[in-house]
Structures are given as structure tokens and as C-alpha cells.
Design a protein. Sequence first.
Length: 293
Amino acid sequence: MDLGVAATGLLTGLMVGVTGMGGGALTMPLLTLVFGVPPLAAVSSDLVAAAVMKPLGAAVHLRRRTVQPKLVGWLCLGSLPCAAAGSLLAGSLGSGAESVLKEIVGGAVLLAAITLFARMLLSRRPSTSDGTRVRPVPTVLLGAVAGLVVGTTSVGSGSIIIVVLLLLNRGLSSARLVGTDLVQAVPLVLVSAIGHLFAGDVHIGLVGSLLAGSIPGVLVGSLISARVPDRPVRVLLGGMLVTTGLMMVGTDVLPGVSAGLLVVLLGAVIPPLRNAMSSRRETAASDHREVVG
């Protein structure tokens, strides 16, 4: 067992357990950049490991009934066939096109970072809605795009879908958002993993090392998720995604790390400033009403 790869699995498992995202978007770039695993092997092995890890988090939310079944059904209708197609596409690229795959993954990781911060900025107030209003056509299209991305790159089953779900259904509570995403990700990742078992480059030893860390990581993350402040974790995750994404598309290490740190700084500063400005406006409006009254 590779302890470094197991540590990577532990980190990503914790992220998935706490935030519902960050699995493929972190694992695949780290395997490629830090451990020198070829991109296709990293994608294939990560998907097979995720097919074992994702159901653990999904089971917790099913027990808590924090899942919207209608959304899961419509998402899977679009995502499953496209995930199978994406897996075959990744396998047909061959070793000569691995640099292209690396750049595609880098772009997907950067998109995941953008959508992560979009969700953080959109979530101004907690919601208790059960999210019963479902928009079938946009949801199926989302599932189709996400399935193609996940099947090809192993990125997006959490990082992208969970954010677009918020855009489609702003009334969906955070618990149902994460639960719905994890449950729909189970068949999506499973289909992608089967495709990569046939057409990809799965390394069983690599899968075992990832699972040795990710299984306890996702269990611990799920148990402590209610006690860990959500915003700091997402800010740090966003910085890591920006750094790895930029490095995957060819940026040097120093600019990539600097950009990630800048994103963490902005993510830590902007929301408190926005809240302070909102409080100041509310106070001014209250004072104005008292004067008029």
C-alpha cells in the first residue's frame, strides 16, 4: 500500500464527507501532479475507488431522509448514458492524447472552483424547504453534461452538480442538496467506473491505497459534518481546486499556489464584508423608519 496515496484518499474522503464535494476534483490532479500517475490511470482508478466510497455517504443521507427522490431520478436519466459514453471516450483517447485529457481535467477543476464559490455567495440564508419543485428538462440536461464530464475526467459528480442544483432550485436546503447529490452520484460513478474497467486503465493497487484512506475519511467526515463550520472548509477547498486546476492546464507551481492563496483570502474576506454591509443597510433603514415615524 502506498501511504502517500492513502493520505490523498483520506483527505478527499474527509472533504466529501464534510462538504459533499471535492472527490474527483482533488484526487485525480493530486495523483497526477504529486505521484506521477498517468492521467488515464488516475481517472480510471479514482472512479473505481469512488464507486465504493460514494455509497457510504449516500447511505447516511438516506437514513436521515435528506434526499429528493424526484431530482435523483431526473438527474440519472440524463447522466447515466452520458457517463457510459464519456468512459468510452476517455478509453479511446489512448496514451498519445493524455496531455489533452490532463488539460480537460484542469478546465473541469477550475469550473468546479468557480461553481463552488458561486454556491457560497448564493447561499445567503439557510433554507428549510424540501425542494419539491422540480424542473425536469434543465435537470436532465444538467445530468447529461455532468455525466459526460464525470465519465471522461472523474470530476464533477459533486463539485459541479451540487452547485447547479442550487441554481435550479434555490429553495433546496443544504442537507437535501448534499444528500440528493451523493445519492445520484452512486449510479453515475458506478456506470463510469464499469466503463473504465473495460476501456480505461485501472490500477488495482492504486484503488486499494485510495480506499484505505477514503473509506475512514468519508465516514469521519460524515460524522463530524454537522459540527464543522461550512464556509471555512469550502474556502480552503476552493483554493486547492484553483491551484490544482491551474497546474493541470500548464501553469507553473508558484503562480498556481499564489492564485490558490489569493482565492482563499478573497473567500475569507468577501462574505464577512458583504454581511457587514447588509447589516449596516438594515440598521440605516431601521433608523430612517424611526425618524419618519
